[in-house]
Design a protein around this ligand. Structure first.
Ligand SMILES: CC(C)(COP(=O)(O)OP(=O)(O)OC[C@H]1O[C@@H](n2cnc3c(N)ncnc32)[C@H](O)[C@@H]1OP(=O)(O)O)[C@@H](O)C(=O)NCCC(=O)NCCS
Length: 153
């Protein structure tokens, strides 16, 4: 297993995972723009035996790292790969960074992962997603483990 920066050559594999795992998948063109480094979004992939099985996209602002997209392919889910990818990527950012992400209120596997990784639910954005579902906003400081709460979940 290895984790490396993605390139435009990873577009077919990332796009096919994206279409498999999300009902509201990003369009292939948008993923292509991200992989071409448009807008300063960086992507890492997790590979197993030369096959991409997951990816994580982040935008680094002045003091906040925003996780924009994150998935592990269906056959490889719930085997620890998402946790490894998230932990490895966050290690690459300065200790002082804050990390922020949005997650659908119903996405219990992802919410569990973020809580276990020390993220704290901070606010609800009602009807944030195109399908009308609320987003939960999670934040954490990279190297400061904090107590978790499921108050908003
Ligand atoms: C969310 C996702 C990235 C997690 O990756 P993963 O490799 O499946 O997660 P891991 O195996 O590393 O699990 C880490 C923790 O997440 C939680 N988790 C993962 N899958 C779970 C499931 N099906 N049910 C409940 N909890 C789950 C658990 O807390 C787990 O820790 P544990 O095994 O010690 O209990 C992956 O399931 C996925 O791609 N889902 C579809 C896309 C998505 O929802 N992306 C996130 C959008 S915000």
């Amino acid at each position: 297993m290895s984790i490396r920066r993605a390139t435009i050559n990873d577009l077919p594999e990332i796009d096919s995972i994206e279409q498999r795992v999300f009902d509201d998948a990003w369009p292939r063109e948008e993923i292509g723009q991200v992989l071409s480094d448009a807008g300063g979004i960086r992507t890492w992939v997790l590979e197993r035996e030369h096959t991409v099985i997951g990816y994580l996209m982040v935008h680094e602002g002045a003091d906040t790292v925003h996780i924009l997209n994150f998935a592990i392919d269906i056959p490889w889910q719930h085997q620890g790969f998402g946790k490894q990818l998230l932990t490895s990527v966050l290690r690459k950012f300065p200790e002082t960074s804050k990390v922020e992400l949005e997650v659908k209120r119903s996405n219990w596997p992802a919410i569990q992962l973020y809580l276990n990784a020390g993220f704290i639910p901070q606010e609800v954005r009602p009807r944030y997603y195109p399908d009308g579902e609320d987003a939960l906003i999670f934040r954490k400081c990279i190297h400061h483990q904090q107590e978790t709460t499921s108050e908003l979940v």
